[in-house]
Design a protein around this ligand. Structure first.
Ligand code: ATP
Length: 294
């Protein structure tokens, strides 16, 4: 099947600085694709070149197999990190204004249902909460019934409930067959939403695949965590390396069965045991060696 979007050898330079250094990828229709990477890796620049907001230095972008036509911007939806909204308009009036910019549009009723705007539709733009604002910005990005949707750090600054709500909203949009390109600093978000992710660093893609594939490929070991007091008396003779972290002990193992057998054979009480598997954040830190921005 022809990819909906293809990026070929994309390079973007700002004078001497190479912000994007020859990246290529192709997206199947209907996937959620995550672009991850530390601050300054080149994610926003990549997205802005694909969106046709800034020109590439070299490289090619194909949309549905062809160079982007002037109508490309009519066919995609963009949720920017920050969008200036007129405070003297209500949410409904803003949606109506944006509707008038496009020929093919979604109805306000559909948007209210899809993005759950009902409770604040007639509220002024500057009187809505952070979570409501993100749903509103999503609605604005969907106003022209786009096939391809760009979400640049959509959940930054949201509380955990609002973030979960937004994730469900994004999954609902994906279920309608839309293709989504997402940038995020939240690895949990990428793991929850994305079928495929690319990790960028210094302008290059350094790993790409499904979250599960990347976890299998780039991380090892499971961490067993126990309260320290359950362990203390038997510590001397235990065969595996043990790390003390606050009031717990952590044992990293490649063989969980053997580790548990050894704990039992050393009379360790397992009542409060917890087990931590590697996740996308482990992969990210293993590959880039840097902390994420919160
Ligand atoms: P963040 O996670 O902080 O948003 P990012 O991965 O999106 O980072 P970019 O914003 O794409 O990274 O920036 C990539 C590099 O390009 C950085 O070194 C940045 O300083 C530089 N850069 C971005 N925009 C410009 C510009 N307009 N002029 C000069 N340099 C720029």
């Amino acid at each position: 099947m022809q990819p909906i979007l293809e990026v070929r050898n994309l390079v973007k330079k700002y004078n001497q600085l190479v912000a994007v250094d020859g990246i290529s990828f192709a997206l199947r229709k209907g996937v959620c694709f995550g672009l991850l990477g530390p601050n300054g890796a080149g994610k926003t620049t990549t997205i802005e070149v694909i969106e046709d907001v800034i020109p590439p230095t070299t490289g090619e972008i194909l949309y549905q197999g062809k160079s982007r036509s002037p109508s490309f911007k009519e066919e995609v939806g963009i949720q920017f990190q920050s969008t200036a909204l007129l405070n003297l308009l209500t949410v409904r009036e803003t949606l109506q204004t944006f509707q008038s910019f496009f020929t093919k549009t979604i109805t306000i009723e559909e948007l209210v249902e899809l993005c759950r705007l009902g409770e604040f539709l007639d509220q002024y733009n500057d009187k809505i909460s952070g979570g409501q604002r993100q749903r509103f910005l999503m609605a604005l990005a969907l106003i022209n019934r786009p096939e391809l949707l760009f979400l640049d750090e959509p959940s930054t600054g949201l509380d955990p409930q609002a973030r979960r709500n937004l994730w469900d909203l994004i999954l609902g949009i994906k279920a309608e067959g839309k293709t989504i390109i997402l940038t995020t600093h939240y690895m949990e978000e990428a793991q929850y939403l994305c079928d495929e992710v690319a990790i960028m660093d210094y302008g290059k893609i350094i790993a790409q695949g499904s979250p599960d594939e990347l976890i299998r490929q780039y991380s090892r070991g499971i961490t067993v965590v126990l309260p320290r007091e359950r362990y203390a008396l038997k510590a001397n003779s235990f065969p595996l390396p043990v790390r003390e972290v606050k009031d717990t002990i952590e044992i990293k193992t490649d063989d969980i069965n053997q580790c548990l057998e050894q704990l039992i054979s050393h009379d360790v009480d397992l009542s409060d045991i917890s087990v931590r598997s590697p996740n996308l954040e482990t992969v990210f830190l293993n590959l880039t060696g840097r902390k994420l921005r919160e």
